[in-house]
Each structure stands twice: as C-alpha cells, then as structure tokens.
Design a protein around this ligand. Structure first.
Ligand SMILES: [Zn+2]
Length: 446
C-alpha cells in the first residue's frame, strides 16, 4: 500500500508543481486593498484545482463582513470513516523591496533544488500538498476530506472566528491538519505543538510642553527621548531576561535547539551575545520575549540642539504557552507606568492580544501522524514549539474542542524565509510532505 501511494504521489507531483507555480504567479497580497482582485483570482484558481480532483462540492465563501474569499472543497466520508480537515491559506505577504530578491517575487524560479517565489512555502505549498494527496487517491480518499483554504491568514485571520461559527457544521472534522508551519530543520518532519501568544502597545512619554534649547535648559530639564530609552531599558534585566512582572513561563521543551544552529538561523553576528538564560528552545518557545518594534523621534537628519518634549515607542511581547493575553497586556501597561523615569507623563494605547497555544499531542491521530511522517521522511516526527503566533490555531481549537489538531509543514524549513525576500521551498522536502499527508489519510482510515 505504502509503495503504491509512494508511486502515485510521484506520478502526480509534476502536475502539482506546475499548479503551485501558477498560484505563485498570482499576487494575492491580503494586506493590500489594491490587490483584492488578485486575492479573488487566487481563490478562484484554488477552487478550480480542487474541482478538477473528483468533487463537485467546491465553494468560494465570502460571506463574512470584512473577510477575504475562502475556498471549501468537500469529499464526503466513506461509511464509518472519520473526516479530516486540511487547511492552508492562499493569501501571501507583500513582496517588500523587489531589489532584495534574486529573482522576481511573483515569478517562480528553481535554484539548487529550491523553488523561489512569494508564497512558495507560505502557504501555497500547503494548497499544493493537499492537492497532491487528493490526486494520489484519484479524488477518492479513504477518509472524508474537507479542504479549507483561507484568504486572510497573513493579516491575522481577523474574521476566521466568525467564519467558523457561521460554517461550523460544514467544516466539522475529527482531525484538523493545519499545513502552515515549518520543519525544525531540513529533512526533519516536525509537528508544532506550542505557539507563543502576542500582546503589543504604543507608549508615549511627555516631559515638556514644547521643545526647548538644549544649551539653555539641558542638564536639568529632562528630554522625552532619553526618558523613553531609560524606560525601554527596564524591559530586560542585565542578562537579557524579560523583566516584566506577572508574565508566565512554560515547561522546558524536550527538543534540543543547538546554540550554533540558532545563531546561524537568527543571523546573530559573531561576538553578539544571546539574551536570557537557559536552553535556547526554552527561551524562544517557553518564555516571554519583549521587543521594541519602533520609535517615533526626531530623525538624525533633522536633529537640532533641542530637548524633545515627546517620544513614542511600539513594544511587542511574545507570551509563553499558558499565559493569558489580557492579563499580560495589563502587566505590560503596569510595568511601563511604574518604570517611567523622572515623573514623565505616560500615555499607553493598547494593541493586539493574541493567545498562546499548547497542544496535547497524544492519541490515535498523533500516532497516525508519527507513522506517516516517519515513512515519508525516513526520520522521526519531532514535536517542537514555535516562538511565533498563529491566530488560526486557537480559532480552530475553540471551534472544535474535540478534534485532534496537527500543525504540520508542507515542506517549509528555516531556510524558507517565509515573509522575507527570496522565500523558497525545498522541493525534496515538499515531495516528502506531500507523501506524508497522503499516507496520513490512509493511517487515519478505519
Ligand atoms: Zn502562513
């Protein structure tokens, strides 16, 4: 059976690759209102691809206010078989400065075994992997399959909760495969079992009614930018551990994330120290992180000898699994008010509050995944955390509390540079991911 499926995947792969390239050519940037027609076009193209694999039950759903078009393709379950939901998203990040790319972002190009282009790994590869699995079964998978391809993941899935509420019955599944994460390293299949949450805010400090001469008043009157720098410096202790009271930490992960590997992937310069203490995996997956994202202050080119009356910064805090975003956001605001120096006036505008997530990866569906991925990759499936936040995972978990949720990768690895310039997909790992998903459907069948 495994050999037959292996051969079937090999047969369908060239066609799937061509379809993936066609999808990459569509600039489906959900963050750009000017690209709305392209987002609709990528939804239509995705719908056509699944319509071509044995099911007439394909719909484009665009009925939630402010939402982007999503594609739903349903393959009814054979009697007694479970239903598996296969998720991906068809929207992509903006390309950024095209000068940063070696080849044009929306022109797929192969170099050294990798396919380059925006969306090649995040997450048009997910669509292609689902397509490969369904084609390998000739459109008749051994379990019920609902393919759900979202169109607004890259803007934080703002209407997904409302969408799942409205279409709860139609998307109901026993197992949910979210093929939008990354493998821990090339050739090592990975289940993402924990994600950090996220809160952010903008803090503004005021020390003067207006700018004044730094010669006449400096030395006694405080400038707001120095006050802000001192405040931002209190976010960490001397070692670089987050020093905001009231944030949670989680259990240390089992995976060893070698420091050298981390330094290389994070592009840390030689001689620059890492922040915090403890194992790297613990620091990036199981502890909070505080980052100053931006500062509004006078540009160096516009500098004059004055004391700045006001300065502003945007601060983002990643939350460990188990933390509560609303409480954490309040803790951040409290920290900023309590630590503002010199009696500076503090104004805080609270921003996002996304929950962290930890998956209990036990049970039959997870065993099936271990078997399928081991057969496809010749390497054990590892369970790793992800320091990022994927809002849709929590949305699915809330809508379907009884379902097993598998957060997988369609072949993305640390070199894929999702969201960055020169995004790419390793074609070997993509093929193995397609095979793993195909085998998984058989493993999940009764
Ligand atoms: Zn994605």
């Amino acid at each position: 059976m495994t050999d037959a499926l292996r051969e079937a995947v090999r047969q369908v792969l060239p066609g799937v690759r061509a379809d993936l390239e066609a999808l990459i050519r569509v600039r489906s940037v959900s963050a750009d209102p000017g690209a709305a027609a392209e987002v609709r076009r990528s939804a239509a193209m995705t719908a056509d691809l699944f319509r071509g694999v044995g099911t007439p039950a394909v719909e484009i759903l665009d009925d939630v206010d402010g939402g982007q078009p999503a594609v739903l393709a349903r393959y009814p379950a054979p009697p007694g078989a479970p239903t598996v939901l296969l998720y991906a998203h068809h929207d992509v990040q903006p390309a950024g400065d095209p000068a940063g790319w070696l080849s044009p972002p929306f022109e797929p190009a192969e170099r050294d075994g990798r396919l380059y282009g925006r969306g090649s790994s995040d997450d048009k590869a997910g669509i292609a992997a689902h397509l490969a699995a369904l084609r390998a079964y000739g459109g008749r998978p051994p379990v019920g399959v609902t393919v759900f391809v979202e169109g607004e993941e890259e803007i934080g899935s703002p209407t997904l909760g409302a969408f799942l509420e409205r279409h709860r019955e139609r998307l109901a599944a026993d197992v949910i495969v979210l093929a939008d994460s990354g493998n821990f390293e090339l050739g090592r299949p990975t289940l993402t079992t924990s994600l950090r949450g996220l809160v952010d805010c903008v803090v503004e400090l005021r020390t003067l009614r207006h700018a004044v001469h730094s010669g006449g008043y400096g030395g006694a009157a405080p400038d707001a930018l120095t006050a802000l720098c001192r405040l931002l410096a209190t976010l960490h202790d001397e070692q670089g551990n987050v020093a905001i009271d009231g944030l949670a930490s989680a259990e240390p992960p089992q995976v060893d994330y070698p420091e050298e590997q981390f330094r290389a992937e994070a592009s840390v310069l030689d001689g620059v120290q890492l922040l915090g203490h403890g194992a790297v995996a613990q620091r990036v997956w199981a502890r909070p992180a505080a980052t100053v994202l931006a500062i509004d202050a006078t540009r160096v080119a516009d500098a004059s000898n004055t004391l700045a009356p006001v300065a502003r910064a945007k601060i983002s805090v990643r939350l460990a699994p188990g933390d509560d975003p609303v409480r954490a956001r309040a803790a951040l605001a409290r920290h900023l008010r309590d630590h503002a120096p010199w009696g500076a006036r503090v104004e805080i505008v609270e921003g996002e509050a996304g929950p962290p997530y930890a998956i209990q990866a036990r049970g039959a569906a997870f065993e099936a995944a271990h078997t399928a991925f081991r057969q496809a990759f010749g390497s054990d499936l590892i369970e790793a955390g992800n320091g990022g936040s994927i809002p849709f995972v929590a949305a699915f978990a809330e809508a379907y509390p009884a379902a097993a949720i598998l957060v997988t990768s369609a072949g993305a690895d640390p070199d894929s540079r999702a969201h960055g310039a020169d995004e790419s997909l390793h074609l070997g790992d993509f093929e193995r991911a397609c095979l793993a998903e195909t085998l998984l459907l058989t493993e999940l069948a009764p």
